[in-house]
Design a protein around this ligand. Structure first.
Ligand SMILES: [Zn+2]
Length: 264
C-alpha cells in the first residue's frame, strides 16, 4: 500500500526530510510500497514460487518477517514517467546516500539479497526479529505508537483506571477487579469496577501485584489492610477504605498518568 500516513511517525518525518533533500539534488523521489498486510506479503511470497515472476522476498505473511509489515520501511523509485526501467544505478546510489544522511538505513547495503529501493528505520537492526520478540504482532507494535490518553482524575476506580493499572502491572487487561469479597463492597463505593463474589478464590491478579508493591500479604483481595498500605504508599489519609470519590484513587490516577511514557 502506498499510504505514507500508515507508517511509523518517525519514518514519516524522515520521509519529509528525504523529499526536500532529493528536491535539492534534482532527484525525483517516488514512494511505492509502505505498510504491507499479511495477505499482501503472502501474494509477494507466492511470486516466483507458486506464481510466475522472479522471487522478490524471503518473508511469508504469517511470519511477520518483512519490515514492511511493521510500518518501519518503504520503497522508493525514480518518479519520471516512462523512465521506470532505466538503468537506475546512479539514482539509487545517490538516493541511498541521501537517505542515510536523513538517519535511514538502506537495503542497498545488505549483503546477499541486495534491495536497493528499500529504506527503513535503523533502530531494530536489519530484520523485524527484535520487534517480533517484543510485540509478537505488528498490530501490537502499531498500537504502541498511539499517544497514551490521560486518565480522568475523578477518584472512582472505574474500568479505564483498572485497565491502565493492568497495563502497567502486565496483568490480564479486562478493566475489572475480579473475584473480590462481597463483604467489603459497602465500605468501598469508589471501587466501581469490581466483580463481587461470596467466596473469592484467587482474587485479582492486579491486586496481587499491588500487594507485592506495598508489601502486604498477597491474597488478591482488596481489603482494609491492603487499602491502608496503599494509602500510606501514595500519601493519602489512611482509613482503610475507598470512598466514592476517593483521594487514594485520585492519587493512583495521577500516578498512572505519570507513567505515560511507559511502552506497554
Ligand atoms: Zn522494501
Amino acid at each position: 500500500m502506498r499510504d505514507v500516513s500508515q507508517l511509523h511517525p518517525e519514518l514519516q518525518e524522515k520521509i519529509e526530510r528525504l523529499k526536500s533533500m532529493c528536491d535539492a539534488h534534482g532527484l525525483k523521489l517516488g514512494i511505492s510500497e509502505c505498510l504491507r498486510t499479511a495477505e499482501e506479503q503472502d501474494e509477494l511470497y507466492a511470486q516466483g514460487r507458486t506464481k510466475p515472476g522472479q522471487i522478490v522476498t524471503y518473508a511469508r505473511g504469517c511470519d511477520y518477517g518483512s519490515q514492511h509489515q511493521w510500518g518501519i520501511a518503504f520503497d522508493f523509485y525514480q518518479d519520471i514517467p516512462g523512465h521506470a526501467y532505466d538503468d537506475l544505478s546512479f539514482f539509487y546510489n545517490v538516493g541511498g546516500i541521501l537517505a542515510k544522511a536523513c538517519g535511514l538505513a538502506w537495503g542497498g547495503n545488505w549483503v546477499g539479497f541486495v534491495d536497493r529501493p528499500h529504506l527503513y528505520l535503523p533502530y531494530w537492526g536489519d530484520t523485524p526479529a527484535p520487534l517480533k520478540r517484543q510485540y509478537v504482532t505488528p498490530e501490537a507494535f502499531i498500537a504502541s505508537w498511539e499517544p497514551r490518553e490521560m486518565l480522568v482524575v475523578d477518584g472512582w476506580m472505574g474500568p479505564a483506571t483498572v485497565k491502565r493499572l493492568q497495563e502497567i502491572f502486565c496483568t490480564p487487561q479486562d478493566g475489572i477487579l475480579s473475584d473480590q469479597w462481597i463483604f467489603w463492597r459497602d465500605a468501598n463505593p469508589g471501587l466501581c469496577s469490581a466483580e463481587w463474589v461470596d467466596h473469592p478464590s484467587d482474587g485479582s491478579a492486579l491486586v496481587r501485584s499491588l500487594q507485592e508493591m506495598v508489601e502486604v500479604p498477597v491474597d488478591g483481595i482488596l481489603g482494609p489492610e491492603t487499602i491502608t498500605a496503599l494509602q500510606s504508599y501514595f500519601g493519602t489519609y489512611q482509613d482503610g477504605c475507598m470512598s466514592g470519590p476517593s483521594a487514594l484513587v485520585m492519587a493512583i490516577q495521577r500516578w498512572c498518568n505519570n507513567q505515560a511514557d511507559l511502552n506497554v
